[in-house]
Write a protein that binds this ligand. Structure first.
Ligand SMILES: Cc1ncc(C[n+]2csc(CCOP(=O)(O)OP(=O)(O)O)c2C)c(N)n1
Ligand SMILES: [Mg+2]
Length: 899
């Protein structure tokens, strides 16, 4: 077999002995059968592990619990009380969703996810999750988004939420409501991490755990008391973001990370792996990636059956039954399981002879067995050297009754009839707490409220007090104050580049270096790069600041003799993520929320290939906003024509447009180094002096030009989005305004000269650093005017600034829709023409590309003259003259439409 071909290449020092062992195995198979042989092999492997022989780990184990019954630890809680707590929470969660849909039909909500995972959460809340009392950072919990109702129900029982709030589940307008899912934006004192865009919470939890180690290893904060717990759906594991970075967690030895995967075998539409076994599949994936895997498949009542399974027939049945069948057993009667699961084999049937159909039906799954879960969590929290995943088998909709449990439609069930509520009440043994008449038709089902000082309430709160307070809870309290950088850090960029040419990218790298060097602020800077540092000239930072590597550097780098060698270090500052923009963003979120999760403000600067930012990982940027991350995103090699040569999949002419839709993101398109410095400085102040949870996006170009020194009195304009960069030349008859952004400044400046020299047009130049900001300000003004009809109308800033004469031409290396954002507010009577790079990119020189996309100086001239002609100020022959002079092809195919 090819797969084992390596064996033939190993030296055999004693062929005789080898043969004896092989013959023994042959004999076992002949006499004892394959099951027996498998058993012996497993025993041998176990012994080899104990003896540290170093055999490779197998990727899968039989379909049983990883922790055998005899190795389960003592359970220190009061199981009865905890069962009651769980029942109350289950009930209140269901009532909350049912009531919400009664009051506002169609408002939604989910019952089945939490119903399957209640025990997964409760064992954590009662015994493991560390809170944040006394200034502690505590554990960090990523909840399955659709389990939110259960988390609210517990908070209510703990007295943290009111009945009125529960009654406003999913009705947030007005301020009393609870958000549908975990949203730190909407419930900033409660939820810490957004999770409901499937896969993103999982990914973020890995990088969060890694970032906690980074803070620790760089001696910025002792994070050893914080574990990161992520609760994930089995269906959610199909998202590439969920499993895509798990090898990092093992490589980095993240023993502060625990995943609990709720394997209810179902997703939204149906089974996750009807024809396979999701738990086995995930086990292999995680073991292969180097994780500690704990399977919690069967509840305690199976232990006795497994013990009596001397022939291995039960084990064999467990191993060979597919998930689709297991789901069927969840909805059928005990008699059905006796017939089909235990039935075919008389030895198997005999194993359950002594059980009634009802007892067979109630043989529970491991994920509903509190003691099994306790054992798994305890082992996970004690694990050293790597991450743990707990694969817990559950039933979706568990306890919600036969119409909901295990049904394919269960995910979206949000209404319950009186009969269904009565069944639930009975199932949860709530006859005392919920009077039957309270559920009569037309009545509002009641929440269970704990009387003051009840034993159960006391127990629950005592547990949380012993574990440092209630969760989830988000706090912002600064343990280690951030001091903003001294002004000197920005001076180099403000002074311009003298006679030398520089790009905004290399200028930014200098700024980043200066910021890192600032004695107080420097250590808080987190430079993040996904394997692109050389492209951006950032490899110059490697040696000075070091690349973070938890294990240090076990080799002498190939370039050790060079001044700028590749230096990895445990205290390294740079997060060189490798080729993963998603991972980079997850690090950005971890660093950008550290002000809250750890009380240690950190300032991430994530520099990426502009095309692979908003376009590639836009939802993670949305996640960052929801998580209230603060920091800087730098879209380098920006522009559709400035990035020459690379072509269609690299040239970004639209990230600014994508950035414009995110309410927490400021989107800037600076032309000059001093603009970059001014914007970054302003962003730092807004984030860290004003405490705004905002993200700054700046495009950076790789075209070199002489960077001018910062003119006087433009700082305000730079941050507000628009300022006059050059007056119109004196002399010419006609007036016009050219507005440029980014690298398009070169075309605009050349056009200004051409217009004056050849066409008697005096054009003033404006730099538009942020159309988004101009538009937002204009919208604010417009709204104010609309709602204050009796007050003097206010004028939007962009209207005020562009109060000149003649047409306005706006030129950008991005799509025309970018300048179009402000077209409505251009002063009446001024014709507005945007020139931009709509269409697919392609490889060529900058000159050829700019001609193709009609954004070069010639096209700026032609557009200006055409606008003046349309206004009647010029004869159309002048336009034709310019077209001839600059050899513009009037019949060139429209770049928007060319393939
Ligand atoms: C990215 C993304 N795609 C789709 C959805 C819609 N969605 C919400 S829950 C769900 C099914 C979840 O199944 P699973 O992960 O197994 O969780 P369970 O509810 O079964 O515990 C889907 C498809 C989403 N929230 N996010
Ligand atoms: Mg599921």
């Amino acid at each position: 077999m090819i797969i084992d071909g390596f064996v033939h290449q190993l030296p055999d020092t004693d062929p005789g002995e080898t043969e004896e062992w092989l013959q023994s195995l042959d004999a076992v198979v002949d006499i004892g059968g394959k099951t027996r042989a498998r058993f012996l092999m497993s025993k041998l492997l176990e012994r080899a592990r104990e003896l540290q022989v170093g055999t490779p780990a197998t990727v899968s184990t039989p379909y049983v619990n990883s922790i055998p019954a005899e190795q389960e630890p003592f359970f220190p809680g009061d199981e009865d009380i905890e069962r009651r707590i769980r029942a109350f929470i289950r009930w209140n969660a269901a009532v909350m969703v049912v009531k919400a849909n009664k009051h506002a039909d169609g408002i939604g909500g989910h019952l089945a996810t939490f119903a399957s995972s209640a025990a997964l959460y409760e064992v954590g809340f009662n015994h493991f999750f560390r809170g944040k009392d006394d200034g502690l950072a505590g554990d960090h919990l990523y909840f399955q988004g659709h389990a939110a109702p259960g988390i609210y129900a517990r908070a209510f029982l703990e007295g943290r939420l009111t009945e009125e709030q529960l009654d406003h589940f999913r009705r947030e307008v007005g301020g009393k409501g609870l958000s549908s899912y975990p949203h730190p934006r909407l419930m900033p004192d409660f939820w810490e991490f957004p999770t409901v865009s499937m896969g993103l919470g999982a990914l973020c939890s890995i990088y969060h755990a890694r970032f906690n180690k980074y803070l620790h290893n760089r001696q910025l904060e002792d994070t050893s008391g914080s574990k990161v717990w992520a609760f994930i759906g089995d269906g959610e594991c199909d998202e590439p973001e969920t499993l895509g970075s798990i090898s990092l967690a093992a490589r980095e030895g993240l023993d502060n990370l625990i995943w609990v995967i709720n394997c209810n075998l179902q997703r939204l539409d149906g089974p996750v792996r009807g024809n396979g076994k999701i738990i086995q599949e995930l086990e292999a994936v995680f073991r292969g990636a180097g994780w500690n895997v704990i399977k919690v498949v069967w509840g305690g009542k199976w232990d006795e059956l497994l013990m009596r399974d001397v022939d291995g027939v039960l084990l064999n049945k467990m191993n060979t039954t597919v998930d689709g069948e297991f789901q069927r057993y969840a909805v059928e009667s005990g008699a059905y399981a006796r017939e089909h699961f235990f039935g075919p084999d008389p030895r198997l049937r005999k194993l359950v002879e002594h059980l009634s159909d009802e007892e067979i039906r109630n043989l529970p799954r491991g994920g509903h067995d509190y003691r099994k879960l306790y054992a798994a969590y305890k082992a996970a929290t004690e694990q050293e050297g790597g991450p743990t995943v707990i694969l817990a088998k559950t039933i979706k909709g568990w306890t919600l009754g036969p119409d909901v449990e295990g049904r394919n439609a269960t995910h979206q069930i949000k209404k319950m009839t009186t009969d269904q509520l009565l069944t639930l009440r009975e199932r949860l043994h709530l006859q005392d707490e919920v009077p039957e008449e309270a559920l009569a038709d037309g009545k509002e089902p009641p929440y269970i409220v704990l009387p003051d000082d009840s034993e159960i309430g006391r127990y629950m709160l005592d547990r949380r007090t012993a574990l440092d307070g209630s969760l989830p809870r988000r706090v912002v309290r600064t343990k280690r104050k951030l001091e903003l950088p001294a002004k000197e850090a920005f001076d180099e960029l403000l002074a311009g580049s003298g006679k030398q040419a520089a790009s905004t990218t290399t200028s930014f790298t200098r700024l980043l270096r200066n910021l890192c060097r600032d004695p107080k602020f420097g250590p808080r800077v987190v430079p993040i790069i996904p394997d692109e540092a050389r492209t951006f000239g950032m490899d110059s930072l490697f040696k000075e600041f070091g690349i973070y590597a938890s294990q240090g550097q076990h080799y002498e780098p190939v370039d050790h003799a060079l001044l700028l060698s590749y230096k990895e270090s445990r205290s390294g500052q740079i997060l060189e993520e490798g080729i993963t923009e998603a991972g980079g963003l997850a690090s950005f979120i971890a660093a950008g929320t550290s002000y809250s999760t750890q009380g240690v403000p950190m300032v991430p600067f994530f520099t990426f290939y502009s095309m692979f930012g908003f376009q590639r990982v836009g939802d993670l940027i949305w996640q960052a906003s929801d998580a209230r991350a603060r920091g800087f995103l730098l879209g380098a090699t920006a522009g559709r024509t400035t990035l020459l040569g690379e072509g269609l999949q690299h040239q970004d002419g639209h990230s600014l447009l994508l950035a414009s839709v995110n309410p927490a993101v400021e989107a800037y398109d600076p032309a000059f180094a001093y603009e970059v410095a001014t914007i970054v400085r302003h962003g730092l102040r807004r984030m860290w002096l004003d405490g705004e949870d905002t993200i700054y996006y700046l495009t950076l170009y790789n075209e070199n030009q002489v960077m001018p020194a910062m003119p006087d009195d433009v700082a305000k304009g730079v941050v507000e989005g628009l300022y006059r960069w050059a007056d119109a030349p004196h002399g010419p008859t006609h007036q016009a305004t050219i507005v440029f952004s980014g690298s398009a400044n070169l075309a605009a400046r050349e056009a200004q000269q051409e217009l004056a020299e050849h066409y008697d047009v005096a054009a003033e130049l404006f730099s538009a650093t942020s159309y988004k900001r101009l538009r937002e300000q204009a919208l604010t003004t417009e709204r104010w005017n609309r709602l204050h009809p009796d007050q003097p109308a206010r004028t939007p800033r962009v209207t005020e600034l562009l109060a000149g004469e003649g047409p306005i031409i706006a030129v950008t290396d991005f799509m025309k829709a970018i300048p179009d954002q402000v077209a409505r507010w251009v002063p009446a009577g001024r014709r507005f023409t945007p020139l931009g790079t709509d269409g697919f990119g392609r490889s060529d020189t900058r000159e050829a590309l700019r001609r193709h996309f009609e954004v070069d100086a010639a096209h700026v001239v032609v557009a200006t003259l055409a606008a003046l002609a349309a206004d009647g100020a010029l004869d159309s022959g002048v336009v034709a003259d310019a077209i001839r002079r600059y050899e513009v092809d009037p019949d060139q195919a429209d770049p928007r439409l060319t393939p």
